[in-house]
Design a protein around this ligand. Sequence first.
Ligand SMILES: [Zn+2]
Length: 404
Amino acid sequence: MSSAGHASPAVGLFDFVPRTRLVFGADTIGRVGELAAELGGRRVLLVTDPGIVKAGHAARVRESLVKAGLHVSLFDRVKENPTTRCVDECVAVAAAEKVDMLIGLGGGSSMDTAKGCNFILTNGGRMQDYRGVGKAKLPMLPLIAIPTTAGTGSECQSAALIADEETHLKMACLDPKAAARIAILDPVLTVSQPPRVTACTGVDAIAHAVETAVTTRRNPFSETFSREAFKLCVTSLPQVLKHPKDIEARGRMLLGAAYAGIAIENSMLGAAHSAANPLTAHCGMVHGQAVGMMLPLVIRFNSADPAALRCYAELASGPELATVKGGLTTALEALIARIESLLNLAGIPRSLADCGVEPGKIKSLAEDASKQWTANFNPRRCEAADFAGLYEAAFNRRSDGDQV
Ligand SMILES: [Zn+2]
């Protein structure tokens, strides 16, 4: 990373340690018992939400664990965008059951709750103490992450994203010790997602690929994963929306989301996420929807930076939307056009006005966006006034993304 913060390094530095073993393939969920036993677990807490229990996934995991001789307790009260209170409730169960291993089963919320629980269970204190990087001093319990959505990539990250119960501010608590030891990527599990969730989480994964490709922290390692994630997700999202039971396409989407998660772990995110978080916290917008709405606007904003423009053009060349040789601006337009068409396919609204957000809120939303951690890694400096400009642009759009 450049010490100047926003200068573009020719070749970025990286320090990569593979912390998470990836086990990929249809029906690999059946191996969870064997894998948990291999990690030395005896008493496991399965962290999930009621929808996943209803879909039968929790029962399958429990069955495999019991078969391998492990004792299983269940915490099935994970909420979307988990708060400190949700984590505290999970910690109470984990402590009472004296568990020695955690399994996060579900979307990003389940995996984040399991990670948050791990921080407090092993290191004490409260979630706020771990905001930032590497604040935990003591070792943590082994964690197995099992995503049932193809989106957050939380299974490949060492961050727990937990919202403050009072302020709703999303706190990023990063620690290498919090990363899952094993991630089980079983595309069959993602078939049970409602179509809306497939759409929103898929758009989020694409946003992760695009944002990580241009951050000030990008490096040869993260770039590889950003590009491959983009290629996999852009080509597979239309397929899984049209044919939800296509396991091959579900697999490519799940792998793409995991690769994008690896890219985040090594490159961070940018202004689309900074702009999206306040829309989720204060206007109740679903994360993928908020990120999708802001992404094309942020790409256009960032493309004024020549190095970012080149990264976007290279990204577009992966799934052959354009060639770099054909001109950077042409490739940029092809990239934006494809993202807009995917957003339409996913039913993501593009106008803030259509989402019931009051124009009077722009100023406070923009202030909040500029304070998001991810804003620091955007290739172009993005201050509150810039975020206000991006939100205004989002007001002046038609619901299909075209300008009014
Ligand atoms: Zn995201």
